[in-house]
Design a protein around this ligand. Structure first.
Ligand code: GAP
Length: 455
């Protein structure tokens, strides 16, 4: 196993992401748009698989319902939630180079002047080059209606959670759920971050996977602990190495929270939050009751009590989890290569060891050589498999090169049609991680692949 330096790994992942079609810079041909990224053909599959795994885990159970609320919401929502007042970062500007920093990140930042490469921004601050800190609201604003002057200002939602709170009565009444029950949602969120950084880690447009679990206030600690365990285990279930995950308990709490813990992942640049689990008390439901004038309460038939439920929130970034799963899967190793003249040599293989459920392509199908009808057989197999899994046909270049390409895409299985296939209808199946090969009869392929992928 090869151990590239951590800073190398981020650069290698960014470059592999572009080369293999996971992530592209937004509007790249125009020079890009800071803090925004596009998911390419493999990226969109990986992202969908992550969201699907989360959706199944969270909503294929009796006590959680799903919704999909609109991104634009009534502006009063954000007054009630506290975002208009509190969702701000202290911002400072360098009077000399005009670079803008979050005040609490100056220590970790570099001066924006290219002439002083490597110079710490804190040095410029100490020299008095910075303005005083100003509050900067992170919500993006836009307008509803044809004319900006006469229309209402609205915000692009900075979190999906509020779409759940304002629908509490609708979901409770239509689904006839009783406490405890949850509402889950996956969707885009937008934050005008002052400093975007570390590739997909902090972007201006991203996706969240949030679930709000409504409970009797007396049970808040029990459910906080329950969801902390469930969510940590979900990342492990989908292949995260447990030693690269940790819990970070918040000492300083947000205005709405009674307890908060982050699940952190060890990215190549250091530990970073991928999901937060919060006890948000009855803050949000009470505020929406106050601001809308509509009661958001729960009546317990057994105790005959009426109360405002507490909320345990699980809030994961889909985009940030995507980045963590990508880093977690990334590996490099020396392998033995068979040369055309029969000799062997060693080469470096880059491999993405995704959990099979997350892998963008499940199976690749190759004809060993492009003759003797091998292409037709391989096409037929691929056409059949494609109706069940995301599969991929490739007949260009040496088969070793084709394996390497699929290793970089994270494809768990490669099937090769060769001269033996013509006589006995078996194909070679090669596993991504062990690189072991075995021969399987064509008729048994579907069953074999299903068992390997556990789908
Ligand atoms: N509803 C609570 C909430 O939004 P948060 O800690 O601000 O809490 C939750 O965000 C998750 O959303 C984070 O753990 C992270 O995974 C993701 N996230 C937040 N800001 C992000 C950004 N600028 N870029 C990418 N992901 C972000």
């Amino acid at each position: 196993m090869v151990n590239p330096t951590k800073s190398d790994i981020t650069e290698k992942i960014v470059s592999l992401s572009k080369r293999r079609g996971f992530i592209f810079q937004s509007s790249e041909i125009y020079g890009g748009l800071n803090g925004c990224y596009d998911y390419g053909p493999l990226g969109v599959e990986l992202l969908r698989n992550i969201k699907e795994a989360w959706w199944k885990e969270m909503t294929y159970r009796e006590d959680i319902e799903g919704i999909d609320a609109s991104i634009l919401m009534h502006p009063r929502v954000w007054e009630a939630s506290g975002h208009v007042e509190h969702f701000t970062d202290p911002m400072v500007d360098c009077k000399e180079c005009k670079a803008r920093f979050r005040e609490d990140q100056v220590e970790d930042s570099e001066c924006g002047n290219k002439a002083y490469k490597g110079r710490k921004a804190s040095k410029c601050m100490a020299e008095g080059k910075f303005t005083a800190a100003r509050s900067f609201n992170l919500m993006f604003k836009t307008h509803i209606g044809p004319l900006e002057e006469s229309s209402a200002m609205v915000f692009l939602r900075p979190e999906t959670a509020q779409g759940i709170y304002v629908n509490f009565n609708n979901v409770k009444d239509s689904s006839r759920q009783r406490l405890p029950f949850g509402i889950a949602q996956i969707g885009k969120a937008f934050r005008n971050e002052i400093n975007t950084k570390n590739f997909l880690f902090r972007t201006r447009e991203f996706e969240q996977m949030e679930m709000q679990y409504f409970i009797n206030p007396a049970e808040d600690q029990k459910y906080f602990e329950y969801w902390r365990e469930e969510r940590f285990n979900w990342f492990v279930k989908y292949g995260m190495q447990p030693e690269r995950l940790k819990l970070h308990v918040h000492e300083k709490l947000a205005h709405y929270a009674r307890a908060a813990v982050d699940i952190e992942y060890e990215f190549p640049f250091g530990w970073g939050e991928i999901e937060g689990i919060h006890n948000r008390t009855d803050f949000d439901l009470k505020r929406h009751t106050e601001f809308s004038g509509k009661k958001i309460e729960y009546f317990d038939d057994q105790s005959k009590e009426r109360f405002t439920p507490f909320v345990i929130e699980t809030s994961a970034g889909a985009s940030r989890s995507f980045f963590a799963f990508l880093c977690n899967a990334y590996g490099e190793e020396e392998v033995t290569k068979q040369n055309d003249d029969g000799t062997t040599s060693s080469e470096l293989r880059t491999v993405l060891r995704f959990h099979p459920a997350l892998a963008p392509i499940k199976v690749a199908v190759f004809p060993l050589v492009n003759r003797d009808g091998m292409q037709d057989i391989a096409h037929n197999i691929n056409d059949h498999l494609r109706t069940k899994f995301k599969s991929f046909y490739d007949d260009s270049g040496a088969v070793g090169r084709r394996y390497r390409r699929q290793d970089e895409c994270g494809t768990p299985l490669c099937l090769t049609v060769d001269s033996e296939t013509i006589y006995d209808n078996t194909v070679t199946v090669r596993e991504r991680d062990s690189m072991k090969q075995e021969r399987i009869h064509k008729d048994n392929l579907l069953e074999f692949i299903r068992a390997k992928l556990d789908t």
